[in-house]
Design a protein around this ligand. Structure first.
Ligand SMILES: [Zn+2]
Length: 118
């Protein structure tokens, strides 16, 4: 329980519920019940009822998203930066960042934001 079946919103939250609009319309829009800032447009083909809800859910979950970089991964990256170069490369590769430079940049940003780092 407490697990959502929806993908993370670009705002960073995982919505517990979705708010689809455009029932019975050709094109629908679906937002997460989190920020209500982001919405995904989907082809609804005049569906209503369950089919409409399903179209909205599929559209929400299948929308392409940037790779999330979890804070703890950034924190771990920073720790590794203090270690040797080989490990740095392995870690940045595992996170899926383009380069070690990207990892360094994220760590610096994190530092500027004064977010807690372990
Ligand atoms: Zn959101």
């Amino acid at each position: 329980m407490g697990q959502t079946k929806y993908e993370r919103c670009p705002c960073g939250k995982i919505p517990m519920f979705l708010s689809p609009e455009g029932v019975g319309s050709r094109i629908g829009h679906v937002s997460g019940i989190c920020c209500n800032e982001w919405s995904i447009e989907f082809k609804n083909d005049f569906a209503d009822g369950e089919a409409f809800k399903q179209n909205a859910e599929i559209a929400w979950n299948n929308a392409s998203r940037a790779k999330p970089v979890a804070k703890d991964m950034i924190a771990r990256g920073l720790t590794v930066l203090l270690d040797d170069l080989d490990e740095r490369i392995i870690l940045s590769d595992r996170i899926g960042l383009d380069s070690v430079d990207e990892l360094v940049r994220l760590c610096e940003e994190e530092d500027q934001l004064r977010l807690p780092l372990k």
